[in-house]
Design a protein around this ligand. Structure first.
Ligand code: CMP
Length: 140
């Protein structure tokens, strides 16, 4: 078991439902610590940069429109095997396929409006954390 950090985004569907606190509760109950957090709204340009890995996918345009459509909450999470632990807690990308009790199964409504994002590897996490936070904003 190794201590890791991962990036978490609470997406516009969840922020507009006013369930940020419920999602924070799930994160903390899973043993992960929120060591940085901010509320913001992405421009389409920043959203396209963040999700550039998906730029050739058919859903890219919808993804950028949705993620920039309203406020999001962005967090750095820390804990044992945080990348995998948070992805397990989120559930699969499509809320309809997600395991019972996961965040996406509980709060997500579609593959687009799936409530949360989490980094898919330790390497990606480092890049995604740097995208949103400066070193002095992360208090481990
Ligand atoms: P996320 O984990 O934020 O990473 C990329 C997002 O693209 C994903 O969650 C989904 O919300 C969204 N998306 C929309 N359609 C698809 C699809 N067919 N496959 C994967 N991701 C999709």
């Amino acid at each position: 078991m190794t201590q890791e950090q991962t990036l978490s985004i609470i997406k516009p569907d969840a922020v507009s439902q006013n369930i940020v606190g419920s999602i924070y509760h799930c994160i903390e109950k899973a043993g992960l610590r929120i060591i940085a957090a901010k509320r913001m709204q992405l421009t389409q340009q920043l959203a396209a940069k963040f999700y550039s890995i998906h730029q050739d996918k058919s859903f890219f345009s919808e993804l950028i429109t949705f993620i920039s459509s309203g406020p999001i909450m962005v967090q750095v999470l820390e804990g044992k095997n945080a990348v995998t632990a948070y992805r397990t807690l989120m559930g699969t990308t499509d809320p309809k396929q997600a395991a019972i009790g996961t965040i996406r199964a509980r709060f997500g409504t579609s593959i687009d409006q799936n409530t949360v994002h989490g980094s898919d590897s330790v390497e990606t996490a480092q890049e995604e954390i740097k995208f949103f936070f400066s070193i002095c904003e992360i208090i481990s």
